[in-house]
Design a protein around this ligand. Structure first.
Ligand code: HEM
Length: 419
């Protein structure tokens, strides 16, 4: 089955009703390492990693449903629009909504909600414009993903929970399914409404703390299954990947971020707490060894924490830091890499949604009001959401009925010139 239905501009999602749509199956089970049966087959999407575990597939699913919702409304309002145009315009709206959610909700959730009131966010170029278009395009800025970002700073596996939470009711205790039982396994998602149950669970489940601990489900049980009875260690893979990529060292990145090189172990104290410096000191000859290899001692110390055996690497130095602010989920060095990468995305993209040739002023103002909670309400059967989806439910972030989320109305988009 093709991902796109080439005569309606919509994604071909196996069901006419938005709430029930699941992604298409991988054609003929080709390159699909598991589940070739009709009801468990892996999914087709833009990136084959959609099949890694059901949470990532559920998130793909709601954005695909959103595409179909937008395409349907565009098409109904503009009967003369060609299939290609409906598809491209819907794609443009979904990308814009995604960019807005990432910069206005996800990044502040990660860097700490208080970052939104700080000059830092604006100075870093991450604060989207309130009213005007944003036409600051830097053709000389290299849009490639920064190696240190993708192979270390954004590998935030320490935040990943060891369970897939599934919540059927408005609120209550989520049913917990071990992550390691769900690698490359989509049987949960073929049940009616099951993407909704996972999304509902995610809305309630806090992320794990930013620290050097990583869930056993990822460390030792990654991809555990019939063909891999023991499972892999994701942190060990990430350390190795950093070396494969020839990443800059922890000290190099500190320096590039303007924090200065640490010349002594004590010099790490601005970001790394004493207890973690103690661990590093017990394993390394000098502070530069942390960043350029060569473990000083072998033997019993290496058993203290598996992690420490790898601590000459950027990812380990970064994970040993305190969080950049109390409400953040990353340390200073990773925050710098994340801010740098997301600045690049905004400034080096000629088709970034805030450019004046992309949307009219009124379309843009309309899009700017979109929130993740609204996408959830529009694409699932969930009827209550926290207004700020990336933060846990609390007195400051209570559950609100989906009916109070603003109606999605594409009238602004119906007036496309020439139609
Ligand atoms: C259940 C949750 C997750 C699992 C099982 C998982 C697993 C993996 C695996 C197996 C890799 C490939 C490692 C390699 O071969 O180098 C990977 C890469 C990566 N992961 Fe995760 N991950 C999860 C969640 C996350 C989250 C929440 C983030 C960030 C917010 C993240 C960020 C990354 C990044 C940036 C890469 C590198 C991608 C690339 O090189 O293209 N992952 N992950």
């Amino acid at each position: 089955m093709a991902f796109r239905n080439i005569d309606t501009g919509i994604h071909n999602l196996q069901h006419k009703q938005i709430f029930k749509q699941v992604l298409p199956n991988f054609p003929n089970g080709a390159s699909c390492p598991f589940g070739r049966e009709r009801d468990t087959s892996c999914f087709l999407a833009g990136d084959e990693r959609v099949n890694q575990q059901p949470v990532i597939a559920a998130i793909h699913m709601i954005f695909s449903r959103f595409h179909n919702l937008v395409a349907g409304e565009l098409s109904a309002g503009n009967p003369r629009m060609s299939d290609e145009m409906v598809f491209q315009e819907a794609r443009k709206v979904v990308i814009a909504a995604y960019q807005i959610i990432v910069y206005q909700e996800f990044l502040p959730g990660l860097l700490g909600p208080s970052v939104l009131d700080s000059e830092l966010y604006r100075d870093a170029g991450l604060q989207l414009n309130d009213f005007e278009h944003f036409d600051h395009y830097e053709p000389e800025t290299d849009p490639h993903v920064l190696n240190e970002f993708v192979a270390a700073g954004f590998r935030l596996h320490t935040l990943v929970s060891d369970i897939i939470p599934r919540l059927k009711s408005v609120i209550g205790l989520a049913e917990a399914t071990a992550l390691s039982s769900q690698y490359n396994n989509h049987s949960l998602l073929y049940e009616d409404g099951s993407a909704d149950v996972i999304i509902n669970g995610l809305l309630e489940e806090p992320a794990l703390a930013f620290d050097p601990q990583i869930s056993v489900e990822l460390q030792g049980r990654l991809f555990r299954g019939q063909e891999l009875p023991v499972g892999l260690d994701l942190l060990a893979i990430s350390v190795q990947r950093g070396r494969d990529h020839g990443l800059g060292t922890y000290n190099d990145v500190r320096e590039a971020c303007g924090y200065g090189r640490a010349r002594t172990f004590e010099g790490l104290g601005d970001f790394i707490p004493e207890k973690n410096i103690f661990l590093l000191r017990s394993l390394y000859r000098s502070v530069e060894d942390i960043v350029s290899g060569s473990l000083s001692r072998h033997g019993s110390e290496l058993k203290i924490l598996t992690l420490i055996t790898c601590s000459q690497d950027l990812i380990v130095g970064g994970l040993l830091e305190d969080t950049v602010r109390e409400d953040a989920s990353v340390g200073s060095t990773f925050a710098c890499l994340i801010a740098t990468e997301f600045r690049t995305k905004r400034f080096s993209d000629r088709f970034w949604h805030e450019r004046s040739h992309q949307f009219s002023q009124s379309q843009l103002n309309y899009l700017r009001r979109i929130k993740m909670s609204q996408i959830v309400c529009l694409t699932t059967g969930i009827r209550h959401v926290a207004a700020q989806s990336f933060l846990v439910v609390s007195d400051n972030n209570p559950l609100v009925p989906c009916s109070s989320a603003k109606e999605f109305n594409l009238e602004e988009f119906f007036t496309i010139p020439g139609l």
